[in-house]
Design a protein around this ligand. Structure first.
Ligand SMILES: [Zn+2]
Length: 177
């Protein structure tokens, strides 16, 4: 439950981040003052403009000032890279979240489901009860691959059980209650 809440919060945060990234791409980017000069002059009549760094007259299509050698390249690609990175990260995180936590979650729930018939077997064959286990809920991982869980029985009671995962085999023990 706690994990699910955390996961939902992270998913929502990532969704917002993703929308923000899309918004950044779609919105007309605020032009660098330099870019404005460039497009203004190149789109209109004049073929030269003053270099924004040294003031010398240069060609409006120049990518480097011939006087002060300052690069006049547009800064846009950088923004594109950052936005691209944000989107890539958001997507990667979304994919990771979509698979990893659900894998972790399904590991526990498959453990719970697999342990149900084992608990029923122990109740019947070792303890001589006729009650069946109908559900199991893992409470805590007490050690690596060792879980304490609550087993719910069809007579309305519940018992504490221990589940141990050895490779892909599951061992269930029922401590004295
Ligand atoms: Zn210059």
């Amino acid at each position: 439950m706690e994990n699910e809440l955390t996961r939902n919060i992270i998913l929502i945060a990532l969704g917002v981040l993703f929308l923000f990234a899309v918004f950044m791409i779609l919105k007309p980017s605020k032009k660098h003052p330099l870019d404005e000069d460039q497009s203004d002059t190149s789109e209109h009549e004049s073929e030269t403009k003053p270099c924004p760094y040294c003031g010398e007259e240069i060609l409006s299509i120049a990518i480097k000032c011939k006087h002060c050698r300052t690069s006049l390249k547009k800064k846009k690609p950088k923004v594109g890279i950052i936005v691209g990175l944000i989107i890539a990260l958001a997507l990667a995180a979304l994919v990771a979240l979509e698979y990893f936590p659900s894998l972790m979650g399904s590991k526990e729930s498959s453990l719970e489901n697999s342990a149900i018939p084992l608990v029923t077997d122990i109740l019947h064959e070792q303890l001589g009860y006729s009650t069946d286990c109908i559900a199991i809920s893992i409470d805590k991982e007490v050690a690596e691959n060792h879980y304490r869980a609550t087993a719910y029985l069809n007579n309305g009671s519940d018992i504490i059980i221990m589940i141990e995962l050895r490779g892909d085999k599951i061992a269930v023990t029922i401590p004295n209650q």
